[in-house]
Write a protein of this length. Structure first.
Length: 139
C-alpha cells in the first residue's frame, strides 16, 4: 500500500502557489491565453510516494497564478478508467476534454470531465477512486 500526495499553498494576495508532489499525477495548468500543459517531472520536482522511505525529503516548487489561470488536479482513477476494449482513458483524452471545456465555471467543468470519463467507460466497473479539483483564478 502507498499513497500519493499533491500539496499546495496559494497566497491569494500575490498568486504565489508553493507546492510539493509525492508521486501524484501531474496537474494540468492553463495560464491565461495559453494551452493546458501537464506540470510534468521534467520541469517540476516530484518526490517518492508518501511514506515509501523513512527519511525522504520533498522539494518545493513555485509558480504564480494570475486571473484567468486554471489548475486541475486529479487522481489516477481519472486517467486509468477503462472502456470495454480495456483501453485507458489516458492523459491525451483528459487534455482534450479540458481544452474543450476550460471556459466553464469550475463545477460545470468537473461535471463535463466526469461525463466524458463515463461516456468513455460506457458502463465498465470503476476500479479506482475518481477525485478531481479545479482551481480557477478570477480577477
Amino acid at each position: 500500500m502507498f499513497v500519493t500526495v499533491w500539496l499546495g499553498i496559494l497566497d491569494l494576495q500575490n498568486g504565489r502557489l508553493e507546492f510539493a508532489n509525492a508521486a501524484h499525477n501531474p496537474p494540468l495548468l492553463k495560464k491565461d491565453g495559453e494551452p493546458f500543459m501537464y506540470m510534468d517531472y521534467k520541469k517540476y520536482r516530484r518526490g517518492l510516494v508518501l511514506g515509501g522511505l523513512a527519511e525522504v525529503r520533498y522539494s518545493n516548487n513555485e509558480i504564480y497564478l494570475s486571473p484567468g489561470d486554471v489548475l486541475f488536479l486529479y487522481t489516477d482513477g481519472v486517467t486509468e478508467a477503462v472502456n470495454h476494449d480495456l483501453e485507458l482513458y489516458g492523459e491525451d483524452r483528459l487534455l482534450k476534454c479540458m481544452e474543450g471545456n476550460y471556459g466553464m465555471e469550475p463545477e460545470l467543468l468537473l461535471r463535463a470531465v466526469r461525463r466524458d470519463i463515463d461516456d468513455f467507460a460506457s458502463g465498465m466497473e470503476q476500479y479506482d477512486d475518481i477525485t478531481m479539483v479545479v482551481l480557477k483564478i478570477k480577477a
